[in-house]
Design a binder for this molecule. Structure first.
Ligand code: URA
Ligand code: SF4
Length: 212
């Protein structure tokens, strides 16, 4: 018996295919109806990256650009992340990038679609995809980018304040470090704060390379 998040009568698990390789998972996720978020979004944005990537990065959910283009971290946050990875000495070919929630949750304000943080029950409903991605990729280390990824990988209640700069055990025995979400850095109140958070992100990403 699958246990569903409160108020939901299904989850992503109901849409997981028999073949558990990344391509099969990605294909099946296109038709996921595991929570209501599929209704307003354009498409499922699944994780992407080489099958032999050593590292997995987990964001929150696709943003406006990701929803339109169908790929994770291709908007402004992704550009910042790309720079941080280069600075941390991590090659894109060594990274698989995904999100805790695979549909864009937003509120329509005029012509703009404004990001809305997913609820815990949506994070839970979507978690099977993330767990199967981890099981298929078997990354050496995983970075949780921000609180939503932290909640999905390490449990509701996880805080970045206490959780940075150490290894945690995530799903399927994965090793997880937690760091700031690139969007939080873009939203920093001033340049000083932005530079500080950015340097901490780079520092945290470097930790991935110390995993054994
Ligand atoms: N923010 C995320 O968390 N994920 C994306 O894919 C893009 C922006
Ligand atoms: Fe399925 Fe996740 Fe999309 Fe909800 S957000 S419909 S669980 S893929």
């Amino acid at each position: 018996m699958v246990k569903y998040a409160e108020g939901f009568d299904r989850s992503a698990e109901d849409f997981v295919p028999e073949a558990r390789d990344l391509d099969s998972l990605r294909q099946a996720a296109q038709n996921c109806r595991g929570c209501p978020l599929y209704k307003d979004a354009t498409r499922t944005v699944f994780g992407e990256g080489p099958e032999k990537a050593r590292f997995m990065l987990v964001g929150e959910q696709p943003g406006d650009q990701e929803d339109l283009q169908g790929h994770p971290f291709v908007g402004p946050a992704g550009q910042l992340l790309d720079r941080a990875l280069i600075e941390a000495g991590i090659e894109r070919g060594d990274v698989y990038i995904t999100n805790a929630v695979k549909h864009f949750k937003f509120e329509q304000r005029g012509k703009r679609r404004v990001h809305v943080t997913p609820k815990v029950r949506e994070i839970k409903a979507c978690r099977p995809w993330l767990e199967h991605e981890i099981a298929a990729l078997k990354p050496k280390a995983v970075a949780a980018l921000g609180a939503t990824a932290g909640w999905s990988l390490l449990g509701a209640g996880f805080t970045l304040k206490e959780g940075r700069e150490k290894w945690h055990e995530g799903p399927k025995g994965s090793k997880v470090v937690a760091t700031y979400h690139p969007s939080a850095i873009l939203r920093a109140i001033d340049h000083q704060q932005r530079d500080l958070l950015y340097s901490l992100l780079v520092q945290d990403l470097k930790m991935l390379k110390t995993a054994r």
